[in-house]
Design a protein. Structure first.
Length: 485
């Protein structure tokens, strides 16, 4: 598989695209005042303590307060598990109070009008490891297949954290690195954490303490790996920063950072914008003729799989399995591309065979393993629906690139002409019944006016129908007719 990364900067917006075999797989935006908060660390101030929800709202200096559940508050039990269990069940009122300052990390960007989900359990990611502040734990990435290498890295992690209060998770990039390199990075992360604690002690919140949404940093730290052929940029400043980060974090891959000097912009060469626009559509057509219908809501994302034009030339069960397997692979690609997180429910075409259902689940789990965001395939429900969860790192692509339709108020539909006409006629009927015989001009769209003519106008006063394209599909207005008119 040919994999390249593209970074483009135009004015105050930077974009990073992940291209695999010519197809856009991920598109990340960075711009001033965006709401990609995940990973950021803030010195926050507790605003409200809600006993009924066992949570608090914390001001982090943004328009919307963050949400901090009692279970996400850092508690110190000094190794006593019994005490830790008791503290974990403590009420929010006993843990924090209004006006209190806390170091918190945004762990999830919530959709809609909700503030970010916050935690006092701070994690600091590096190239080869993640520092777990105040948590005595050593973990190794499950993506490292070699049992010997996993055991070696676990031993190194235990050596690094011995006698301290912090823990560490060794990332996939730690594979093959010697202890001296890992120790140096661990020391740098601890120094960064110590500086944050110092700031929190002497500063006044709310304020941003650490920004983890530097797109150039993400590109090098989290994405530049052995399977990436090149990281391209067509901007001098972007290229110089990427190169400097690569030489500091992963010198052996620094030469893969390349400067694009052609006349055609990088994103045009790879048709990034054209592919991104298609990712905003509800329907995704499969090569077999089947289709996916993707609907995002605040609570969850619902996906429906249809046979579409594919009626099959073989046994019906074989046809259904083939469509479902193709849909499963395309679905996992679409989740990455659209950056959809949270709960996802998929209505695949019903399969009678248990073996076919197991084959479908195996494909889903295989594809989920290749996603940088943690994706878990849960199970098939009694109704035949497949449940998944995917970590929400940022707002989905559609939330970043679209806004609520002013005509339909986000429903995706507008009122029918007949329904609007009957609503207008009923309002007029109510006025006349109340004794109002004022002469009126009824202004509505041409389609609504046509239906009003069919329905008829209640008796009781003069009414002039005025078709107007300025009125929306579900709108109309009554204007009194005076002698001046």
């Amino acid at each position: 598989m040919k994999k390249v990364l593209l970074m483009e900067r135009v004015m105050d917006q930077t974009r990073l695209a992940v291209i695999e075999d010519g197809q856009l797989c991920e598109l990340i935006h960075e711009r001033p005042n965006d709401d990609n908060l995940s990973g950021n660390i803030y010195l926050g101030r507790v605003e409200n303590v809600l006993g009924g929800m066992n949570a608090a709202f914390v001001d982090i200096g943004l328009e919307k307060n963050g949400f901090l559940a009692a279970g996400d508050i850092r508690l110190f039990a000094q190794g006593d598990r019994t005490l830790a269990g008791m503290l974990g069940k403590a009420r929010i009122e006993k843990l924090v109070h209004p006006g209190q300052q806390l170091l918190v990390q945004a762990i999830r960007a919530e959709p809609g009008a909700k503030g970010a989900r916050l935690s006092c359990h701070i994690t600091l990611p590096g190239r080869s490891m993640v520092l777990l502040a105040g948590i005595q734990y050593v973990g190794v990435s499950k993506k490292i297949a070699s049992a010997d290498e996993r055991a070696r890295l676990r031993s190194v992690g235990q050596s690094l954290t011995k006698g301290g209060v912090d823990g560490v998770i060794l990332r996939t990039a730690a594979q093959g690195m010697d202890e001296a390199q890992l120790r140096a990075e661990y020391g740098a992360l601890q120094a960064r954490w110590a500086e944050m604690r110092r700031q929190a002690e002497y500063a006044k919140g709310p304020k941003l303490v650490y920004n983890d949404n530097d797109l150039a940093l993400h590109a090098v730290r989290d994405m530049l790996a052995e399977d990436v052929e090149a990281l391209w940029s067509d901007d001098d400043l972007c290229y110089e920063r990427l190169r400097a980060l690569a030489e500091g974090m992963t010198p052996k891959l620094a030469d893969r950072v390349q400067r694009h000097a052609g006349d055609t912009p990088l994103f045009d060469l790879y048709r990034v914008d054209a592919q991104a626009e298609k990712a905003l559509e509800r329907y995704v057509w499969l090569k077999s003729g089947g289709s996916l219908v993707i609907e995002e809501t605040e609570a969850l994302t619902v996906v429906d799989v249809n046979t579409g034009k594919n009626t099959g030339r073989r046994d019906a069960d074989d046809t259904i399995l083939a469509i479902n397997l193709e849909a499963a692979r395309e679905l996992m690609c679409q989740l990455r591309l659209r950056d959809i997180g949270g709960a996802i429910v998929v209505d695949f075409i019903n399969m009678r065979s248990q073996a076919d259902r197991e084959a479908l689940m195996a494909v889903l789990r295989e594809c989920a393993a290749g996603d940088r965001n943690r994706t878990r395939v849960v199970d098939i429900t009694a109704l035949g629906l497949v449940e998944l969860t995917r970590k929400r790192a940022r707002q989905s692509l559609s939330n970043q690139l679209t806004h609520t339709c002013p005509a339909c108020d986000g429903n995706g539909v507008v009122p029918a002409h007949e329904a609007t006409a009957r609503r207008a006629v009923r309002e007029l009927w109510r006025r006349r019944r109340g004794g109002d015989d004022t002469a009126l001009r009824l202004e509505a769209s041409p389609g609504v006016c046509g239906w009003i003519k069919k329905i008829g106008i209640p008796d009781g006063g003069k009414v002039e129908l005025t078709p107007s394209d300025a009125q929306g599909e579900g709108a109309y207005r009554f204007i009194p007719i005076t002698s001046k008119h």
